[in-house]
Design a protein around this ligand. Structure first.
Ligand code: AHR
Length: 517
């Protein structure tokens, strides 16, 4: 029984499976929860460090094999994780981006200073046409982030017309002259980014007025109308979601289909000394778990204010920046936000997915920051070399959850993982019926020392066996390098039910995704 666990631990007994109750997971297979929108697996690429230039774009003349400038190795790997959408061009960069500088012949495009990220020169080689080429190659949807901070309502309206108009207007003809006859399909469009900070240091009240003004002039053909996203709050601040949903009352001319939200996981929680990506002490493994799990409460708080103002749940809550953020090390430019990615990041990714699935009624999109070479990346590159990170592997393992129907579940007798005064539930889980008709389970064990035994009960469903993959390693900071690219990779996992009962062994510090047969 649970209450004897501390006592048993105190007297040093370790035959846990004999004495401790197993974690119990009961899945209600008869009730369909909300759809887990595939956009929960969204990606972000900003003009930042080596995220776009080198990481994705090498140019047509590069020796690195590419398709119209986009590197083939990276694109091939991204296709495997079925990237549903890509957000571009920022981030903070978006509020200083002037779209006209990124069209036309590349050698004629102006060169600017990237004032947000390292002060490097930005030659605008990747602009609107190149971005849409990328999303079309990936088979993804486009999320364009507009410039509210230093642009005008006219500039934003013109960009929208340039991208979407089928007419013979001067802007649509300019797009054709630049090589694109058909309009680009803009699925999502955001009006500003982090308007509380790098996007203009505004208050929610001031931003809300501007949102209404800018949104009123974004006119598009009926079959190419993007979902409009308002720039929302961050961390524990609910005032943006509250003020926006209370005050933007959509009418025939004004829309607001979503409010964004950003939250980054810092091991220390301190922006001045965030913590290291590798070689960290267990205390920072623990604090990373504690901090990342705060996402749940932040979403609950925002949903509460949104439910008050928008009880019909018409407005989505888009967590369009999340992930780990560590101190930059070595010779890396601090403005490039390049960081290694370890098993700890994989656990963070899976814990956040399980949280987003739980809130799938409101959270219709989440976008990890960022896709390649920046923050919690899927892929790291070094010139012509490429490695897949543990986070990439988790995205791949979770592919069956894209557009799956969530299934309510209950966890009981979950042990705590405790270190000093800090404590988190060791086991996290999610379940869904995927588009292939199968039930999938994803489980996370946040305890770096102790395996957990989990009894699975799928009410009304006879389980014969489960098959899938597990990601784990012996070191907390296990990671892939250019010299050892397959150091940490998922392994095949199978388990058979005995007398109709399924019990899973969840290794210490692991992510497990299985299909039920
Ligand atoms: O993802 C890096 C930066 O983090 C983005 O540009 C900004 O929106 C956030 O502060």
């Amino acid at each position: 029984m649970c209450f004897i666990k501390p006592l048993v631990a105190a007297i040093g007994l370790c035959a846990s499976s004999l004495i401790f109750a197993n974690t119990q997971i009961s899945v209600d297979t008869a009730t369909s929860g909300p759809i887990i929108n595939k956009n929960i697996y969204g990606q972000f690429t900003e003009h930042l460090g080596r995220g776009i230039y080198e990481g994705l774009w090498v140019g047509e003349d590069s020796k690195i094999p590419n398709t119209r400038g986009w590197r083939n190795d990276v694109i091939g790997a991204l296709k495997e994780i079925r990237v549903p959408l890509v957000r571009w061009p920022g981030g903070c960069f978006a509020d200083e981006y002037h779209w006209r500088e990124g069209i036309g012949p590349r050698d004629k495009r102006p060169v600017r200073v990237n004032t947000n990220w390292g002060g490097v020169l930005e030659d605008n080689a990747v602009g609107t046409h190149e971005f849409f080429d990328l999303v079309e190659i990936l088979g993804a949807e486009a999320y364009v982030n507009g410039n509210l901070g230093t642009g005008t309502a006219q500039e934003m309206a013109d960009w929208m017309e340039y991208m979407t108009s089928e007419s013979k207007s001067t802007l649509a003809e300019l797009r054709r002259k630049n090589g694109r006859d058909k309009p680009f399909r803009v699925h999502y469009f955001a009006i500003g980014n982090e308007s509380w900070g790098c996007g203009g240091n505004m208050t929610p009240e001031f931003y809300t007025h501007l949102y209404k003004q800018y949104a009123s002039f974004l006119k598009t053909p009926k079959d190419n109308t993007p979902i409009l996203i308002a720039s929302g709050g961050h961390t524990d601040d609910t005032s943006w979601a509250d003020h926006l949903t209370a005050n933007v009352k959509p009418n025939w001319a004004l829309r607001m289909e979503a409010v964004s939200f950003h939250y980054y996981t810092l091991p220390t929680g301190d922006w001045k000394v965030k913590g290291a990506a590798l070689g960290f002490p267990e205390a920072e493994w623990m604090s990373t778990m504690v901090n990342t799990l705060k996402m749940d409460q932040f979403i609950i708080n925002n949903k509460k204010v949104m439910d008050k103002n928008d009880p019909e749940k018409k407005v989505g809550f888009y967590v369009d920046e999340w992930g780990t953020w560590y101190d930059v090390t070595g010779d890396d430019d601090p403005g490039f936000l390049y960081q290694q990615n370890s098993l700890r990041d994989a656990i963070v990714a899976a814990l956040n997915f399980n949280i987003f699935h739980k809130h799938a009624d409101r959270v219709h999109m989440s976008i990890i920051a960022q896709m390649v070479n920046v923050l919690q990346a899927m892929i790291l590159t070094d010139k012509e070399k490429m490695i897949l990170t543990p986070t990439y592997h988790v995205f791949k393992m979770y592919v069956p959850f894209q557009d799956a129907t969530s299934l309510p579940l209950e966890l009981k007798d979950v042990p705590q993982y405790t270190l000093g005064k800090a404590s988190v539930p060791a086991v996290s889980a999610t379940a869904a019926r995927a588009k292939d008709g199968k039930i999938y389970l994803a489980l996370v064990n946040a305890n770096p020392h102790k395996a957990e035994t989990v009894d699975i009960n799928l009410a009304g469903v006879k389980i014969n066996a489960v098959q899938g993959q597990v990601l784990t390693a012996s070191a907390m900071d296990a990671h892939n390098t250019f010299a050892a690219p397959n150091n940490i990779q998922p392994k095949t996992y199978t388990a058979n039910a005995k007398s109709g009962k399924l019990t899973l062994e969840l290794p210490a510090k692991s992510v497990l995704v299985v299909a039920v047969n």
